[in-house]
Design a protein around this ligand. Structure first.
Ligand code: FAD
Length: 540
C-alpha cells in the first residue's frame, strides 16, 4: 500500500507530481537540490551553478494554451509564448494555488535511492538525501524521479579532429551559453541545428562578425505564428489533423507538410532541407530565414576538421573561426539510482510508456518528464504524473510484466523500423496523451460529447487538443474544463488587445470570428490540393 512518495526535482514535472499525489490522497515529499522551483526555466546568469538553465533570450516554442497544466490555465493577459521569467511566474502561481511549496525541501540533493531488503513484498525504497548540514536517510513507499532530461551536455569532440589539439579558438557547449556577452565581433560557428542552435545563431548574428551553422541533416523551419496569426501548435495539434495523419498514407502526409513548410520559403534554396532528403528535423524559428536571407547567418555542411584558426567543411570550403558553440544536445543519467535498477533502462524506450521500469517486482518507481513529444513536454509530464499516482494509489493497475515487455519490444521495433527519415524521435502528442489518458480513465469520449454537448464535441474534435480536454471526465475531473475549452480564443487574443483597432469594416473580423475551431477545416482543402500540385520549386 503506497502512502509516502518521494519526488526528486521541483521543475515542471516535480510540481505536477506533487499536485497529483495530493489529488490522489498520497503524502508527497519533494527534494530539490537548488533553492527554488522551476528547474531549467529558472534562469541563472552563470553557467557554473551546478544545474542546467535556459539561456537568457529563450521563449517557449509551445503556446501558453497548449503548455499549461490541465486545470490551471495561464492568465488571460500573459503573452501566447512565454519568456522564461513569465513561465516561472506561472509555475509560482500554480504552486501557490495548490499549496505545493510546503511539500518541497529545498537545497536537498538526493544522493541514493535503493530497494529496501524486503522490496519484493513492500515495494519500499531507502532514500538518502544531503543538505548543508549532512546526510539523512528516509524510507518511502514509492519514488517519482523528476530530474529532467537535460543534465549531461553531449560534447562529441572525438568527431571533430583538431578541435582539442590544433584549434586555438574557444569552444563551448550550449549549456554554457547565457547571452551574447563575449561574442561581439567574433566569427562564430554553431555546430548542430536544432531549436537551440537556431535560437543561438539568430541571437549571435546581431553582434557577431559572422555566424556559420554546420548542419548534418535536412532542417525544416516553421514559425510559431500560423494562419491568421494564431499559435502554430493550436492550429496543428488537433484531433482532426491527428485523424487525417492516421487516415492518409505517411508519404502523402509528408508531402503535404513539406509543401506547407515550403510555402513560407523554399528550404532547398536556403540550404536547409530538400523534399528528397532521407533524414530531417523540424525546428521553430521565425527569424532564421531572414538571417540567412540577409547573410548574417551562413549555412555550412558537416565539419571535417579544425585547423589552428579555422574549420574545414566536408565540401572542402574553409572559414576562419574564433568561437565554436556545440548545440549537440543532452544526455540524461540517474546517478542516485542503484546500479541494478538503473541498468533496467539505458533509454527511455525501455520504460513502459516511457515511465515505468517493467521488470521491478513492485511498480513503485516512475520516471516523469523523460519524454520527447511533438508538443508540450510539460503537459505530457503532467499526464504521466496523473497516471503514476493513480497506479500508486491503487485506482489503476499496470498489466503483467510479460505484457509490458511485449509493448516495449513492439515500440522498439517500430522505432527501429521507422520513420527512418526522422532525426528526432519525438512521439506524437495526441497519440501519447490519449494513450496515457485511456490508462488513467480520463480520455474524452467524443461520441458521448456529441450526444450530450455537441458544441463542446466540435471544439474538442476540430479545435486544438488543449490540456483541459483531459479534465472533462474521470477522476480529477475539473468543473472549469468545459469553460476553458470554449474560451481559449479569448485568452489567445486578450494579451494582444493593447491597442484597439476599429474593425467595423469587417476586414479581419470575419476571418477571426471563424476562430480556431474552423481553422483546421479551412486548411484541409488546400492541404489536400497542395500535395497533388507539389513539385520541388526552383524559385524563391
Ligand atoms: P527540469 O526543469 O530540468 O527540472 C529538474 C529539477 O530536478 C531541477 O530543479 C533540478 O535541480 C532537480 N534535480 C536534479 N537532480 C536532483 C537530485 N539528485 N536531487 C534533487 N533535485 C534534483 N518544453 C515545453 O513544453 N515547451 C517549450 O517551449 C520548451 N522549450 C524548451 C526550451 C529549451 C531551451 C529546453 C532546454 C527545453 C525546453 N522544453 C520545453 C522542455 C523542458 O524539458 C520542459 O519544459 C520542462 O522544463 C521539463 O521539466 P522537468 O521538471 O522535467 O525538468
Amino acid at each position: 500500500m503506497v502512502r509516502r512518495v518521494a519526488i526528486i526535482g521541483a521543475g515542471a514535472s516535480g510540481l505536477a507530481s506533487i499536485k497529483c499525489c495530493l489529488e490522489d490522497g498520497l503524502e508527497p515529499t519533494c527534494f530539490e537540490q537548488s533553492e527554488d522551483i522551476g528547474g531549467l526555466w529558472r534562469y541563472v546568469g552563470t553557467a557554473d551553478c551546478g544545474r542546467t538553465s535556459v539561456y537568457r533570450s529563450v521563449i517557449t516554442n509551445t503556446s501558453k494554451e497548449m503548455s499549461c497544466f490541465s486545470d490551471f490555465p495561464c492568465p488571460d493577459n500573459f503573452p501566447n509564448f512565454l519568456p522564461h521569467h513569465q513561465l516561472l511566474e506561472y509555475f509560482r502561481m500554480y504552486a501557490q494555488h495548490f499549496g505545493l511549496l510546503q511539500h518541497i525541501r529545498f537545497q536537498t540533493t538526493v544522493r541514493s535511492v535503493r530497494k529496501r531488503p524486503d522490496f519484493s513484498t513492500s515495494g519500499q525504497w531507502d532514500v538518502v538525501t544531503e543538505t548543508k548540514t549532512g546526510r539523512e536517510s528516509h524510507i518511502f513507499d514509492a519514488v517519482m524521479v523528476c530530474t529532467g532530461r537535460y543534465q549531461e551536455p553531449i560534447l562529441p569532440l572525438a568527431s571533430f579532429p583538431g578541435i582539442e589539439t590544433r584549434f586555438r579558438g574557444r569552444y563551448l557547449h550550449s549549456r554554457e551559453y547565457r547571452d551574447t556577452e563575449g561574442f561581439q565581433g567574433k566569427r562564430v560557428l554553431v555546430v548542430g541545428l536544432g531549436n537551440t542552435g537556431g535560437d543561438i545563431s539568430v541571437e549571435l548574428s546581431r553582434v557577431a562578425a559572422k555566424v556559420f551553422i554546420s548542419a548534418r541533416s535536412s532542417t525544416w523551419v516553421v514559425s510559431r505564428i500560423s494562419s491568421h496569426g494564431f499559435p502554430l501548435d493550436m492550429v496543428t495539434r488537433t484531433r482532426l489533423i491527428h485523424f487525417l495523419e492516421w487516415l492518409l498514407p505517411s508519404a502523402i502526409m509528408k508531402r503535404i507538410k513539406f509543401g506547407k513548410f515550403n510555402s513560407w520559403f523554399n528550404h532547398t534554396n536556403y540550404g536547409l532541407a530538400s523534399v528528397q532528403s532521407p533524414k530531417f528535423n523540424v525546428i521553430i524559428n521565425e527569424e532564421l530565414p531572414f538571417c540567412i536571407l540577409s547573410g548574417t547567418v551562413v549555412l555550412k555542411p558537416t565539419v571535417k576538421e579544425f585547423t589552428e584558426s579555422s574549420a574545414v567543411f566536408e565540401d572542402g570550403t574553409m572559414e576562419n573561426i574564433d568561437v565554436v558553440v556545440f548545440t549537440t544536445g543532452y544526455g540524461f543519467s540517474f546517478p542516485f539510482l542503484e546500479d541494478s535498477v538503473r541498468s533496467l533502462f539505458q533509454h527511455s524506450s525501455s520504460l513502459y510508456k516511457s515511465i515505468f521500469p517493467p521488470q521491478l517486482e513492485k511498480p513503485t518507481l516512475a520516471i516523469v518528464g523523460l519524454i520527447q513529444l511533438m508538443g508540450s513536454v510539460m503537459v505530457g509530464a503532467e499526464m504521466q504524473a496523473r497516471w503514476v499516482t493513480s497506479v500508486f494509489a491503487g485506482f489503476n493497475k499496470l498489466p503483467p510484466i510479460s505484457r509490458m515487455m511485449e509493448d516495449i519490444s513492439k515500440k522498439k521495433k517500430q522505432l527501429a523500423k521507422g520513420p527512418p527519415e526522422q532525426v528526432n524521435t519525438r512521439m506524437n502528442f495526441v497519440s501519447y496523451m490519449d494513450d496515457l489518458a485511456s490508462c488513467t480513465g480520463v480520455k474524452p469520449s467524443l461520441l458521448w460529447l456529441l450526444l450530450t454537448d455537441p458544441r463542446l464535441a466540435l471544439a474538442v474534435f476540430f479545435g486544438p487538443c488543449l490540456p483541459y480536454q483531459y479534465r472533462l471526465r474521470g477522476r480529477g475531473r475539473w468543473s472549469g474544463a468545459r469553460g476553458a475549452i470554449l474560451t481559449q480564443r479569448q485568452r489567445v487574443l486578450e494579451p494582444l488587445r493593447t491597442r484597439i483597432v476599429d474593425d467595423s469594416l469587417g476586414g479581419s473580423t470575419g476571418s477571426s470570428r471563424l476562430g480556431l475551431l474552423a481553422l483546421p477545416l479551412l486548411l484541409l482543402p488546400p492541404f489536400l490540393l497542395s500535395w497533388r500540385m507539389l513539385r520541388p520549386q526552383a524559385q524563391l
